[in-house]
Design a protein around this ligand. Structure first.
Ligand SMILES: O=C(O)CCC(=O)C(=O)O
Ligand SMILES: [Fe+2]
Length: 245
C-alpha cells in the first residue's frame, strides 16, 4: 500500500479534490496483489451476500462490516491502515475517525451480480454530527455499470458538472457523501461487479433519532435487520450464511 500511495502527487490530488467540490478519482491506487486478494475475498463472501430490492431505487447485494469482521478481517485491517488514513486526511484536509463499531456501513462490499442491479441517484448522506467521507475501491468489474455523478450540486453559486466513470479494480473514488450526487447504472445479464466502500467520519456522534433513521435505511436498503439491529444478540452464529433479514 505504502509504495503505491507514496508515488501519488498529494498536492495535485488535494487541489483536484477541492476544485471538484470534495471529489477525486484515482485510477491506479491499490497495488495489484492487494486488489487480487480483495477480489478473492469478494468471491469467497458470495454465499454471505444479502440481496435487496427497492423498486425504483436500488437492486443488488451487500456484505456488511460485521460479516467482513467474521470472514475477511484483512479488509477491516486495511480500513484502519494508518498509511491509508493519513493519505485520506491529506486529501480531504480533515482529521478522520473510523465509523463506530455498530455502523454496518463502516466498510462493506456491494455486489452487482444479477441483471438490473443498480443504485439510483442519491447522496451518501451523513447522519453523523460531522462530515462523512466515502472511499470506493474497485474490486471486480466485469460489467457495463457506470458511476454517473454530478459535482457542485450543492456548491452555492456554482453550476453542476456531470460526468461518468467505470472505475476498474484497484481504482478509488473519494468524496464527501453529502456533496456528490451519484448513481450506479444497471448491470446486464451475466455481468459481475463488486465494489468496496470505506466510510470515515469527522465526528462519530449521532443523535438517537438519526441513528434510528440510518439503521432503518441500512436494514432495508443494504444489510438486513439481523445485521443492523443484531436481533440475535452479540453471541453471534458461527455459520457463514447470508445476512438475510
Ligand atoms: O458500488 C458503487 O460503486 C457505489 C455504491 C453506492 O453509491 C452506495 O451504495 O451508496
Ligand atoms: Fe453512494
Amino acid at each position: 500500500m505504502r509504495v503505491s500511495i507514496d508515488t501519488l502527487d498529494r498536492k495535485r490530488l488535494r487541489e483536484q479534490f477541492v476544485d471538484q467540490g470534495a471529489f477525486v478519482y484515482v485510477d491506479r491506487f491499490v497495488p495489484g496483489e492487494l486488489t487480487a486478494r480483495l477480489a478473492e475475498s469478494a468471491r469467497a463472501l458470495l454465499p454471505a451476500v444479502n440481496r435487496n430490492y427497492l423498486p425504483g431505487h436500488k437492486q443488488g447485494g451487500s456484505v456488511s462490516r460485521h460479516t467482513i469482521d467474521r470472514l475477511a478481517p484483512h479488509i477491516a485491517e486495511l480500513y484502519r491502515s494508518r498509511v491509508l488514513v493519513e493519505w485520506l486526511e491529506a486529501i480531504t484536509g480533515d482529521k478522520l475517525l473510523p465509523s463506530p463499531q455498530d455502523d454496518p456501513h463502516a466498510y462493506a462490499l456491494y455486489y452487482y451480480t444479477r441483471e438490473g442491479d443498480h443504485i439510483g441517484w442519491h447522496y451518501d448522506t451523513s447522519y453523523y454530527e460531522g462530515r462523512r467521507y466515502t472511499l470506493l475501491i474497485g474490486v471486480i468489474d466485469d460489467s457495463s455499470c457506470r458511476l454517473d455523478y454530478e459535482l457542485h450540486t450543492r456548491t452555492p453559486g456554482a453550476s453542476p458538472v456531470a460526468d461518468s466513470i467505470q472505475y476498474p479494480p484497484g481504482a478509488i473514488v473519494l468524496f464527501d457523501g453529502d456533496k456528490l450526487r451519484h448513481r450506479i447504472t444497471p448491470s446486464k445479464a451475466g455481468e459481475m461487479r463488486v465494489s468496496l466502500t470505506f466510510e470515515y467520519v469527522t465526528d462519530a456522534r449521532m443523535r438517537p433519532w438519526r441513528r434510528f433513521v440510518s439503521n432503518m435505511k441500512d436494514a432495508i436498503a443494504y444489510f438486513g435487520f439481523r445485521q443492523v439491529f443484531n436481533v440475535f444478540g452479540a453471541k453471534g452464529r458461527p455459520s457463514a450464511g447470508p445476512d438475510t433479514a
